[in-house]
Design a protein around this ligand. Structure first.
Ligand code: NAD
Length: 336
């Protein structure tokens, strides 16, 4: 099976090539998939894509016209995919539902800890022989209340980590995860979580119900000085509302690994470019905002697992098999 891997970076190539199989011929391009670039998929049987590739109705329709039969997402989230369009065009889709939840949970923790203890500032100070502690005052995580929104794989991994810190853990998820309860999580209503949490960390998927889950209205419900962490998807946060919350100091800290308009910025070296996104520039100008460029997944363990599951999914497709755990669209769901 000939597969074109879009948005392929050096590390994607390295880890995916390690999983090579006689039935699988992977070709790599660093081009991002969108309406202008989908023509590149001509002659391939399947495409492999990542978080910022565009899989809207038009792209999927064009891919189907080119003979693409399978889309392998090498990520967990699939908010960038029109699942109905895939079904209607007879294209099966697979993803990597769980690769290393700990990778993202640990990154959420590192955002919390860096914002709190200001190690990024201390690092620069010491290099300039500035040994003053002024402005570096932090707080103990011990006995702080952390609200976790979404207690699936990653949210649960974070519950387990924070239990070790002695935090009070509040959870919100339409589906209670008994393991989160066993590890000390207490499920509450969303507004209660907003009102009681010192730190709020987002771990739910982006969909129509969760779009701008953090907005002007519910920011006012939060504790003054709250720390907000988003390692899930940028669209969960109404960014201008959060900027307002930072300006009036209701939000005390903001840690982001994802950003609503990240597809224009992330995963590229733009150091010689004038950034045109004024909202992003305003966001990064706050002293109490820490942004990383969607690197929560970026550990050796996670990349190995992503590559292995992605190739497994492609081979499963090739062998005309199904797997309800990894397939978003099972062949029996196809509209032929
Ligand atoms: P998961 O499917 O295991 O868990 C998601 C949980 O969110 C589920 O328990 C679900 O019931 C819950 N949920 C759904 N709607 C909700 C709502 N309205 N409010 C609260 N909870 C809701 O997914 P996961 O593996 O834990 O991943 C979570 C998200 O993390 C993904 O959707 C993806 O967007 C993001 N992610 C980011 C990175 C990164 O590198 N930063 C890497 C992987 C995943």
């Amino acid at each position: 099976m000939q597969v074109l891997v879009f948005s392929a970076k050096e590390y994607d190539q390295q880890f995916l090539t390690m999983q090579q199989h006689a039935d699988l011929s992977l070709h790599f391009t660093d081009v991002r998939l969108n309406e202008e670039t989908c023509q590149l998929a001509a002659g391939y049987h399947a495409v492999c894509v990542f978080v910022n590739d565009q899989l809207n109705r038009n792209v999927i329709h064009k891919l189907a016209e080119l003979g693409i039969k399978h889309i392998a997402l090498r990520c967990a989230g699939f908010n960038n995919l029109d699942i109905d369009a895939a079904r209607q065009n007879g294209i099966s889709v697979s993803r990597v539902p769980e690769y290393s939840p700990e990778a993202v949970a640990e990154h959420a923790l590192s955002l919390m800890m860096t914002l709190n203890r200001k190690t990024h500032k201390a690092y620069n100070r010491i290099r300039e022989s500035n040994f003053s502690l002024k402005g570096l005052l932090g707080f103990n995580l011990h006995q702080k209340t952390v609200g976790i929104i979404g207690t699936g794989h990653i949210g649960l991994a974070l519950v387990k980590i924070l239990r070790g810190f002695g935090c009070n853990i509040l959870c919100y998820d339409p589906q209670v995860n008994e393991q989160a309860v066993q590890h000390g999580g207490q499920y509450v209503a969303l507004n209660e979580l907003f009102q009681q949490s010192d730190i709020i960390s987002l771990h739910c998927p982006l969909n129509s119900a969760t779009h701008h889950l953090i907005n002007a209205q519910n920011i006012t419900q939060m504790k003054s000085g709250v720390m907000l962490i988003n390692t899930s998807r940028g669209g969960l946060i109404d960014t201008p509302a959060v900027i307002q919350g930072l300006k009036n100091q209701h939000i005390g800290y903001l840690g982001l690994d994802v950003y609503e308009m990240e597809s224009e910025l992330f995963f590229e070296d733009l150091s010689d470019t004038v950034i045109q996104d004024d909202i992003f520039e305003r966001l990064s100008s706050f002293p109490n905002v820490l942004i990383t460029g969607h690197q929560g997944f970026f550990t050796k363990e996670a990349l190995l697992q992503i590559a292995s599951t992605t190739c497994h999914n492609l081979l499963l497709h090739h062998q005309q098999q199904t797997d309800q755990h990894t397939y978003l669209v099972r062949p029996q769901d196809f509209v032929q």
